[in-house]
Design a binder for this molecule. Sequence first.
Ligand SMILES: CC(C)(COP(=O)(O)OP(=O)(O)OC[C@H]1O[C@@H](n2cnc3c(N)ncnc32)[C@H](O)[C@@H]1OP(=O)(O)O)[C@@H](O)C(=O)NCCC(=O)NCCS
Length: 106
Amino acid sequence: MWVVTRRDTGEFVGDCGLTPQQVEGVTDVEVGYHVRAGQQGHGFATEAAAACHAYARDVLGVPRLIAIIHPDNVPSQRVAEKIGLAFERDATSRDGDPVRIHTTAF
Ligand SMILES: CC(C)(COP(=O)(O)OP(=O)(O)OC[C@H]1O[C@@H](n2cnc3c(N)ncnc32)[C@H](O)[C@@H]1OP(=O)(O)O)[C@@H](O)C(=O)NCCC(=O)NCCS
């Protein structure tokens, strides 16, 4: 995960990055993002996740990118949709929790 900071103020915003994740026996690269409560709603997660999407495609050359999201987490699902990851399926995490898998193939 990379640190995300504001260019205008230098404030710490959160983190965003790419990690290998296993879901139901299959490992894919996931884009993950976290934005501090006071910095949410300014498009920072979408901007950072879009940059990670481009890095995964253009630099790492991975065949596909996923996001693993709790079904109740509407903001996170919107971020995934806005960077081009479409809903693929409902699944179960390694902890036994319900998750939604969003994906894009490159
Ligand atoms: C998910 C998260 C990263 C979004 O960060 P953010 O910087 O506020 O996101 P953006 O400003 O880029 O907004 C993305 C979309 O979510 C929507 N959104 C933000 N907060 C929302 C809320 N409470 N309810 C519904 N939609 C919401 C925004 O309106 C935007 O969609 P739109 O363009 O259609 O309006 C942030 O809420 C967060 O850190 N949550 C806790 C950690 C987390 O859940 N991480 C993801 C784990 S899978």
